[in-house]
Design a protein around this ligand. Structure first.
Ligand code: 7RM
Length: 650
């Protein structure tokens, strides 16, 4: 697809700076400090990364070579040895961190638990012994299909501790998805729970596993956590209760040192078609990437109570609920359930009661909070917050400003973090005290990251014009391959341009300050009468209208224009869906962007189809807009009834 001329107009003129107080306490406190370190990191990357690796991680054996790059295959810290779990746990023991909270857990029904670093270490050692007693060895694959409880983190860390490779499968996925993933990586163990809590109901995790395991001959054992006390069938010889196997396990476990390139986990991410891609991350580089970004992007201190609302089934949950946060010795908060259970103020109540200092969530959630109303956050004291983060899709300036004012009290910087499952760690983001924020922009690259915006010929596009976002150098936390499929890895990420250039799949523009404005997946760019328009910009224009809660823009084939612009709009509570409003919204977009972007068709919807991590599934809306049936893969869809009702309307 051609990348010329992506119209990019989601602009908000103001820049936001951190307060003097925030700057004074920050890990990196000025733009000068950022620029100095960034220059070092790109002028002499091996020296920079060697220094960071030595400072931030505990190595049992030093590497011989920082980077071996035979594009597109990278090895970082070649010959170095470490243990990821030891880095997250053991090294905090015997220090003041030992008795501080590593994990604060709140279950959806309201149950609470705190695990200190010492207690978490104890549990992880016990579970590592359990894994070994079940015959697990280095390199074996373990599927984890669990609710957001501390045991999910314990299972991940225990795998890391013995060199087994985990693959976490989000608890919202079906048996079919479990089966595909388990078979693809040939997992020999599945760790699950009887159930998990979601909006007051039990999600039957074990029953889903049972259905999947009919077709997965590689699985020898299943460990089942008792969470909801619902009835499950336990298969003799195969299934074991977590509490039974833990009861007799020793809490002494020696962490062996593993090669830096030892696979740490596989995380499946859906491709646009067909079989999911098993993104492979390894140990030393991944841990360094997540640790250093946690420290500088989140300005993380060991005194912080940090809450990332992502499930551990997503990369965000791996990097910024578990690994990066624990490696820094901070406190990570895990919440099991829905944001609106029992009431839409649950998140604000959690922030208030646990005195959360850093809060990281997704734009789709922020827009839901806006829709639910300001009176919910207003009920709680959120003055403990000092920093906010956003991830998962472009954040529209409207939502950014609401988040800043209503949740952050106008006091907290916002880090809009651009990255991917494949990148392992944050790539483009403000450093909160150093890089002035512009609402809607992920701003500037992190240390060692050299992103560029290319046209189809691989030339950098001029300032303020759109193109394709690429990363031109290897970075420590990059994916190493797709599990068992080097060819797909090469084709998917390294074949768009020659010479070891990583293609992100995202469209982007850089402004006059060099700031990056990511407009979303290239496939989401529309071509209306020869004008290329990012769906994110049309959506951003729509949600800046006072009646609109959320919007999705898609193209419908049109003989005259190439593509006609169809927008799906959900309205704020109490607004009525009239034809006058449709007209007003068309006029509003034309005013905000230009008449070329005036929607041809406005459709009101009660809800938009989303993936379970909250990304709008425009592919499905496209099929609906074209008047056809929804045919493609819908395994990642959150709620199928949304699609059914959209098809009925009009
Ligand atoms: C962390 C995560 C990756 C895709 C990525 C983008 C989009 C994520 C932002 C964003 C604009 C952001 N991993 N994306 N963060 N777009 N601004 N701050 O989401 O693999 O699930 O998705 O998400 O399109 O390529 S992911």
């Amino acid at each position: 697809m051609s990348s010329e001329n992506i119209t990019s107009v989601a602009r908000e003129g103001r820049k936001f700076n951190a307060s003097r107080d925030f700057q004074a306490q920050a890990n990196i406190g000025s733009i000068g400090a950022y620029r100095r370190l960034y220059s070092e990191s790109v002028n002499n990357p091996e020296k920079f990364w060697a220094k960071q690796a030595a400072e931030l991680l505990l190595w049992r054996k030093k590497w011989r070579k920082v980077l071996q790059w035979k594009a597109p295959f990278a090895k970082w810290f070649v010959g170095g040895r470490l243990n990821v779990a030891e880095n997250c746990l053991d090294r905090h023991l015997g220090t003041a961190r030992e008795n501080k909270a590593a994990i604060i857990f709140e279950g959806e029904p309201g149950d609470q638990r705190t695990l200190t670093y010492k207690q978490l270490h104890h549990e992880v050692c016990k579970f590592a012994n359990v894994l070994e007693s079940l015959g697990l060895k280095q390199g074996d694959r373990v599927a984890i299909y669990m609710p957001m409880t501390p045991e999910a983190a314990i299972a991940m860390l225990a795998c890391a501790r013995i060199g087994a490779i985990h693959t976490v499968i989000f608890g919202g996925f079906s048996s079919e998805a479990i089966k595909d993933r388990v078979n693809d990586c040939q997992a020999s163990l599945v760790i699950t729970a009887d159930g998990g809590w979601r909006r007051g109901k039990v999600v039957d995790l074990k029953a889903n596993v049972d259905r999947a395991l009919d077709g997965t001959p590689s699985v020898k054992h299943v460990v089942v956590l008792q969470r909801t006390n619902t009835h499950v069938t336990m298969k003799e010889g195969r299934d074991h209760w977590w509490h039974d196997v833990m009861a007799t396990a020793s809490h002494r476990h020696e962490a062996k040192a593993f090669d830096s390139e030892t696979p740490l986990f596989i995380l499946y991410t859906s491709g646009s078609t067909g079989k999911p891609k098993g993104v492979l991350h390894t140990s030393g580089g991944y841990l360094l990437g997540t640790t250093i970004t946690s420290k500088y992007v989140f300005d993380l201190k060991e005194s912080d109570t940090y809450w990332c609302t992502a499930d551990v089934g997503w990369i965000t949950g791996h990097s910024y609920v578990v690994y990066g946060i624990l490696a820094n010795g901070a406190t990570t908060l895990m919440y099991e359930g829905a944001p609106n259970h029992p009431e839409p103020d649950r998140f604000w109540s959690i922030i208030d009661r646990h005195k959360v200092t850093i809060f990281y969530t997704a734009p789709t959630a922020i827009r839901a909070f806006m829709r639910w109303g300001d009176h919910y956050p207003a009920k709680h004291d959120m003055s403990s917050l000092r920093l906010l983060g956003s991830v998962g899709e472009p954040i529209n300036p409207e939502a950014w400003k609401w988040y800043h004012k209503v949740i952050g009290g106008g006091r907290c910087p916002i880090v809009d973090t651009w990255w991917q499952t494949e990148t392992g760690a944050i790539m483009i983001s403000p450093l909160p005290a150093a890089i002035p924020q512009k609402p809607g922009s992920a701003t500037l690259p992190f240390f060692g990251v050299v992103p560029k915006v290319f046209d189809d010929q691989g030339r950098e596009v001029p300032k303020n014009s759109g193109g394709k976002l690429v990363i031109t150098r290897p970075w420590p936390s990059m994916l190493r391959t797709l599990w068992g499929d080097d060819e797909r890895f090469k084709r998917q990420y390294w074949s768009e341009y020659e010479g070891g250039i990583y293609f992100t799949g995202d469209g982007c523009r850089r402004d006059e300050d060099g700031y990056f404005w990511i407009v979303g997946r290239i496939d989401d760019v529309l071509n209306v009468s020869g004008h290329r328009i990012g769906t994110a910009e049309v959506e951003s224009a729509l949600v800046s209208h006072p009646t609109v809660a959320e919007a999705a823009a898609v193209g419908r084939p049109d003989e005259l224009k190439g593509q006609a612009l169809v927008v799906f709009v959900t309205l704020k509570n109490g607004v009525s869906a009239t034809d006058e409003l449709k007209e007003a919204l068309r006029a509003h977009v034309a005013k905000e962007i230009g008449s070329l972007a005036r929607p041809d068709n406005v459709r009101f919807a009660a809800a938009l189809p989303k993936t379970r991590s909250g990304k709008i599934m425009r592919r499905l809306l496209k099929e609906i807009a074209a008047g056809g049936a929804v045919k493609g893969d819908t395994t990642t869809l959150e709620d199928f009834s949304v699609v059914a009702s959209l098809q009925k309307e009009e």
